[in-house]
Ligand binder design. Structure first.
Ligand code: F6P
Length: 341
């Protein structure tokens, strides 16, 4: 059996570990052959392929990024996109496809599966906002990178009696902010699920200084102030209609400085959170996802996605992973609030 593999959307540490595991298990156990499609859905759409065998996956387990490249191409936004994909898969004799991606890439996979393409999904995103799985790989690495940054910012904030605002990724969900904020001992955590009150944030900043400590505020890039309290600049939308975010950290630092008179600085961690080598947890999860994805293809469990439940890898319908985003539940945020201010 010939199987295509692609990685789409924002890259994250662990993608190569999945590719390696799919190929190693597929070849060794099922005698499969593989073909790499380059740059997410652009590959099968434009017939851009690359060799993918045991030799190509040797040594890539600890490497960040993806050897297949990635993009945010949406075949449903291209004329005859689906027909082109079906034609190109058939021309290479690809009977199945392993799509490794987040909300958008697997959203496309869900629609293609409904249209008769044999797809198995593997969930990835540093944002950890895919439903159907307890965790996505890449998230743990991003949280650890952000936590290390917070640890470092504590000491410089204290030396200069400054507020330090750390902007982390998280477009719709505050998982990274919540986890790194708790792990790093942040004094305030702001997430997209909870519009924040600027006055309350400033009061928490003041109370922190009153106890002779310098506040660290972790803000998710998608966090929003309560209406009318702070204006933000929006960027251009991508092929899936997502607006490019960024800037809340700077805007918040300035607003805090203006209102409290305390010096404030912003640090945007940006793509540092997505680069470099995966943590042991992400390598473990990505490898197991890859092994189970190869098995799912062999058993023709098309239209499904591998997922983590507790410590078990299970299969769920693709639609379960992409139907609704997994956001931070109110009680999880409220649990952390006692540590604020
Ligand atoms: O989807 C993962 C993610 O890292 C988001 O947290 C972030 O908003 C987005 O990708 C950034 O995308 P890009 O790298 O295309 O600017």
């Amino acid at each position: 059996m010939r199987v295509g593999v692609l990685t789409g959307g924002g890259d994250c540490p662990g993608l190569n570990a999945v590719i390696r595991a799919v190929v190693r298990k597929g070849v060794a156990e099922y005698g499969m052959e593989f073909l790499g499609f380059c740059d997410g859905w652009r590959g099968p759409l434009e017939d851009d392929v690359t060799e993918l065998g045991i030799a190509q996956v040797r040594g890539i387990l600890p490497r960040g990024g993806t050897i297949l490249g990635s993009s945010r191409t949406n075949p449903f936004a291209v004329e005859d996109g689906v027909e082109k994909i079906k034609h190109n898969l058939a021309s290479h004799g690809c009977e199945a496809l392993v799509a490794i991606g987040g909300e958008d890439t697997l959203g496309v996979a869900t629609q293609l599966a409904d249209l008769g393409v044999n797809v198995v999904g593997v969930p990835k995103t540093i944002d950890n906002d895919l439903s159907g799985t307890d965790f996505t790989f890449g998230f743990d690495t991003a949280v650890n990178i952000a936590m290390e940054a917070i640890d470092r910012l504590h000491t410089t904030a204290e030396s200069h009696h400054r507020v330090l605002v750390v902007e982390v990724m998280g477009r719709h969900a505050g998982w990274i902010a919540l986890h790194c904020g708790l792990a790093g001992g942040a004094n305030i955590i702001l997430i997209p699920e909870r519009p924040f009150d600027l006055e309350k944030v400033c009061a928490q900043v003041e109370s922190r200084f009153a106890t002779r400590y310098s506040p660290i505020i972790v803000v998710a890039e998608g966090a929003v102030p309560k209406e009318g309290t702070l204006s933000l600049v929006e960027g251009e939308p991508d092929a899936f209609g997502h607006v490019r975010l960024g800037g809340i950290g700077e805007a918040l630092a300035k607003a805090i400085e203006d209102r409290t008179g305390k010096e404030a600085r912003a640090v945007t961690l940006g793509h540092v959170q997505r680069g470099g080598t995966p943590t042991a947890f992400d390598r473990w999860l990505a490898t197991r996802f890859g092994l189970h994805a190869a098995q799912a293809v062999h058993e023709q469990a098309f239209g499904s996605m591998v997922a983590l439940r507790g410590t078990e890898i299970v299969r769920v319908p693709l639609s379960e992973g992409t139907g609704e985003l997994k956001t931070v539940r109110p009680e999880l945020y409220e649990e952390a609030e006692v540590l604020f201010g």
